[in-house]
Ligand binder design. Structure first.
Ligand code: CTP
Ligand code: CA
Length: 225
């Protein structure tokens, strides 16, 4: 094939990508959220579709335009994201968790707007743990040979933290980004190392999120049964 022409190496495959960041509501007008833009997940969805895959994109609060040729499932919270991912994963050849999932959610949801009371301190917000979707998908593969990929943003000893997280999650690949000022969140470009459960380490030079996405699909395609 000529340079620039995409080989349809994912034809006949169903891949699931989660993107964006979950929002955990406190009341009808407020939520706990994060700064994930969804751009990396959308780049993964676009590139997989261009390589011939059937793509289910589980989109959490991205506000990005729908990519063509992709099935989109909009979700809000981590619990909704879990439901959507588990359902789509049932017949998937690969699941890529690019979404930033809130680790905690408020224990209670106030059906009416929370109001200030004169002379009173605010009520503390009690949080409870959200389910770990990546660990669950990795532990209960819906299909033998299903490839599961996670993303992690780390500081300090990025590679050591990444290795520990890969083992804890039980996924096949973990894309590790170093976070710092101006890095990663909302940016058009990305730099990462992809760690494999088989001990491999694939450095990805600074570049567009599409380039990282292509490398992720290369590594996934090689592991698909
Ligand atoms: N993830 C998930 N469910 C959660 C939290 C995270 O599926 N409740 C997924 C993310 O989508 C990502 C990967 O796990 O692909 C790593 O997320 P990260 O926040 O780095 O992992 P945590 O286990 O939450 O670790 P930390 O305490 O460092 O936040
Ligand atoms: Ca987390």
């Amino acid at each position: 094939l000529a340079r620039g022409v995409t080989e349809p190496d994912l034809k006949g495959r169903h891949v699931v990508v989660s993107a964006g960041g979950t929002r955990e509501p406190l009341d009808p007008v407020r939520f706990l959220g994060n700064r994930s833009s969804g751009k990396q997940g959308y780049a993964l969805a676009r590139t997989a579709a261009a390589r011939g895959a059937r793509v289910t994109l589980i989109a959490a609060n991205t506000g990005l335009p729908d990519p063509a040729g992709v099935d989109i499932v909009p979700v809000g919270t981590a619990v909704q994201l879990r439901e959507a991912v588990l359902k789509a994963a049932e017949d998937a050849d690969a699941v890529v968790m690019a979404a930033a999932v809130a680790d905690f959610r408020p224990e209670t949801y106030a059906a009416g707007k929370i109001k200030k009371k004169d002379g009173q301190d605010p009520e503390p917000i009690v949080l409870v743990r959200n389910p770990d979707i990546l660990a669950e998908v990795s532990a209960d593969r819906a299909r033998p040979g299903q490839v599961v990929v996670g993303f992690a943003a780390e500081t300090d000893d990025v590679l050591a933290n990444g290795r520990t997280k890969l083992a804890r999650k039980g996924c096949d690949l973990l894309v590790v980004n170093e976070v710092g000022e101006r890095k990663t969140f909302g940016a058009e470009e990305n730099e990462a190392v992809v760690l494999g459960a088989d001990g491999t380490e694939t450095p990805v030079p600074h570049g567009p999120k599409e380039a990282l996405a292509e490398i992720v699909w290369d590594l996934v395609a090689r592991r698909m049964k």
